[in-house]
Structure formats: structure tokens, C-alpha cells
Design a protein around this ligand. Structure first.
Ligand code: FPP
Length: 233
């Protein structure tokens, strides 16, 4: 079995605390978080990983202060508008998962721009979960299945109703100390190997990712079965 993960997912947690520790506004942490994400996505997709999914904004994140939500929305607009050239140069395809409701026209326009500019890129896929919640993803899929008058679903056909038709997650990393999944890709994470790191996201780098990868490769992935090579009775 292939030891390198095919689909890596990261819950980008700890930007706010990273900034507060430096007596800066939380927005400073989000800005730095984007720079970390830029470097990491390039690094990870240049290995054998074909999909990197990241949690940039949950459906619940709208509960944050107006100032923080508006900062993040403007950051999305700025980065998706200006940085598409970088993803183009790196041959990375950018796609999104999440609901369009509650996102402004300008955010949607910026998302469409980077998505269409990078759609033919082949190095790997960066799936940005924005205004994303697993419960909504599953409910939206079910409602679309009903609309299509489908009699029976299979695993393959159900996948096509999810926001993106992606392989199952192999390796899921959450930075920032908390040990929960926070409504992130619960269906796709069914057999993911999960790592919870204390590191705050802006400090997460390729060196630490390599350490996680080393541990991941040692894990015995059985998918509910038995590893007959290891078992001797
Ligand atoms: C959670 O950390 C992080 C977020 C809600 C935002 C993550 C966004 C980025 C890293 C920027 C991505 C940018 C683009 C353009 C994709 P937190 O702020 O909740 O941290 P805390 O728990 O320390 O408060």
C-alpha cells in the first residue's frame, strides 16, 4: 500500500492566539496564516500528495465579531484576486467547498476568478473550505439527490453530490492545541489518521509537516480489517 498520503487535510487553527501572544490584532494572525498556507500548499503538493484540503472559514465563523469576519472576507477577496498568478505558476488547481449563501458578490467573484484561472493546472488540488460545514455538505447533497429523483445512491454516486468529488482523507492535521474536528469534512475523514498539534498555525512549517509524515508512515492503517503481514497467529 502507498505510504505517502494522497489527500491531506488541515484545520488551520491558532491564528488569533498567535497574534495575541505578540500583542497584535487577531487579523495580523490571519494574514500570517495565509503566508504559512501559501508556503505549505506549495510544499505539500510538490510531494506525492494530490489533494490538500484546508478549513479557511466555517459556517459557524460568521458568529465572530463583524470586524473579524469583514477582515477575513476582504483577505479572501484580496488574495484570490491577486495571488492566482502564484497558483498558476505553481501549477496548483484551486477549488472551493462550502455554501454560497451569506458570501458577498465580491467574495464569490474572487473565488470564481481563481477557480477558473487555475482549472487546468495539474500538480495537485488545493481545496479551500470556505463557509463550510460538514452537516450542510451532507444535507445539501441529500436535497440535490431528491431534486434529481434518484432512486438509489452508491458511494461513488453520493461522492458526486458532495461539494467536490475528492478521494477520502488519509492524513488530517489540526494545529492550535484543540482536539476536535469542528464540523470539518466528517464524511471524507472516515478513515483519516488524525494528528493534533500544539503549534499555532502561523508557526507550522514544512519541517514539522515532515515529522508528522514520518509518524503517519509508521501507523498501521487497517481500514477495519487485519494487517496479515504483521499478524503471526
Ligand atoms: C482559526 O484560527 C482560523 C480561521 C478562522 C481562519 C483561517 C484563515 C486563514 C489561515 C487565512 C486563509 C486565507 C485564505 C486567503 C485562504 P483562530 O483565529 O480561531 O485562532 P484562535 O483559536 O487562536 O483564535
Amino acid at each position: 500500500m502507498k505510504k505517502t498520503p494522497n489527500h491531506v487535510a488541515i484545520i488551520l487553527d491558532g491564528n488569533g492566539r498567535w497574534a495575541e501572544k505578540r500583542n497584535k490584532k487577531r487579523s495580523f494572525g490571519h494574514k500570517e496564516g495565509f503566508e504559512t498556507l501559501k508556503k505549505l500548499s506549495q510544499y505539500i503538493l510538490n510531494s506525492e500528495v494530490s489533494v490538500l484540503s484546508v478549513y479557511a472559514f466555517s459556517t459557524e465563523n460568521f458568529k465572530r465579531s463583524e470586524e473579524e469576519v469583514s477582515f477575513l472576507m476582504n483577505l479572501f477577496i484580496e488574495k484570490f484576486t491577486k495571488e492566482f498568478e502564484y497558483y498558476q505558476k505553481e501549477n496548483i488547481k484551486v477549488v472551493f467547498s462550502g455554501r454560497e449563501t451569506n458570501l458577498s458578490k465580491d467574495v464569490l467573484k474572487a473565488m470564481n476568478k481563481i477557480q477558473s484561472m487555475t482549472k487546468n493546472n495539474t500538480l495537485g488540488t488545493l481545496n479551500i473550505c470556505l463557509n463550510y460545514g460538514s452537516n450542510y455538505e451532507i444535507i445539501d447533497a441529500c436535497n440535490n439527490i431528491i431534486k434529481d429523483n434518484v432512486d438509489e445512491v452508491t458511494i461513488e454516486s453520493f461522492n458526486k453530490y458532495l461539494y467536490q468529488d475528492l478521494p477520502m482523507i488519509d492524513l488530517l492535521i489540526r494545529t492550535g492545541k484543540e482536539k476536535r474536528l469542528s464540523n470539518f469534512m466528517l464524511y471524507q475523514a472516515a478513515y483519516a489518521e488524525i494528528f493534533f498539534l500544539d503549534t499555532l498555525f502561523p508557526d507550522f512549517d514544512s519541517k514539522e509537516y515532515e515529522k508528522v509524515l514520518e509518524d503517519y508512515k509508521k501507523r498501521d492503517r487497517r481500514f477495519g480489517g487485519i494487517n496479515y503481514e504483521k499478524k503471526n497467529n
